[in-house]
Design a protein around this ligand. Sequence first.
Ligand code: NAD
Ligand code: ZN
Ligand code: ZN
Length: 340
Amino acid sequence: MKAAVVRDFSAPLLVEDVEIPAPGPGQALVKVLFSGVCHTDLHAAHGDWPVKPVPPFVPGHEGVGEVVAVGDGVTRLRIGDMAGNAWFWSACGSCEYCGTGRETLCPDQKNGGYSVDGSFGRYMLVDAAYAPVIPEGVDLAAVAPILCAGVTVYKGLKESDVRPGQWVLISGIGGLGHIAVQYARAMGMRVVAVDVSDEKCELARRHGAELAVNALSDPDPAATIKEFTGGGAHGGLVTAVNGAAFSQGVGALRRGGTLALVGLPPEQFPLDIFSTVLFGLTVRGSIVGTRADLAEALDFFARGLIEPTYTLRPLADINAIFDEMAAGRIEGRVVMDMSA
Ligand code: NAD
Ligand code: ZN
Ligand code: ZN
């Protein structure tokens, strides 16, 4: 089968012939029809983070396709079902985190397209107990971005503790952020958005942001947001791949506000101790979502509340797609049509 393989963190991916994997006990083999491209795949291919994947590996954790074979003991998936992979690929099921509804913190989890080969190939393996089942009748290309971008921002919005009618800041209107605007609206929140291009700001407005600030042309985005919202956002989500956006996000919070950190730029940001203490701010990390979060996120999509903006591209374009992503030139998400 054809797959895009990372062989070296400093070289382009190679689209090459790879053996079709065989499903082991508890696993299923999925023929991939569509796969979203997440900025995490780019971080993975570059070895950006402290814990690195081991080349050679196949990235991709927004894959959707048809189950074509199942291993021993599989009952949850059957041949012909539509299923997907996710970053949260599997976990141990028995540690203190798995046992308390916090399975995405499991130290023994496996990650799709990182520690386990992902969806940038014509076939992929999934763990039948963890793989998302795609709701019947949905558009199989449009649903792909829900498997990472969708569930991640849905969970992040919960973690922001923003209530219906309150202001939420969405910083970074890329693949994750433009979907975050839509979940926030569906959850009854009022949205202010920040990005560094006028096109992304326009995308945010199109999806329902009441204010979208270009952080490059506005001399003080946090002040603009505080004024517009009458005191600051009640909470927020930073999906930007840039450290400066994180400081700005904290600066745009209302007293008592919570910022969920979602973006993973390989840099740090300074957290001001004085204002964090005096204004009672909370800053917390938010990592993808549990199986239950993903099922809920898919349900929002199936009910027509979320419409990812995406472009279909072939797998052969993967290196060009990564270049465009690094330059911030992608509108919404790229979804690869794996049969193209
Ligand atoms: P993307 O490239 O599609 O979007 C990033 C956006 O950030 C772009 O629109 C870009 O213009 C914007 N941006 C850049 N600098 C900015 C700044 N200073 N202020 C505001 N916006 C700025 O990427 P994506 O696929 O949406 O992923 C975003 C990040 O989230 C990546 O680092 C990815 O690894 C991470 N991620 C985290 C999780 C999680 O569970 N926490 C899940 C998926 C992705
Ligand atoms: Zn992702
Ligand atoms: Zn566990």
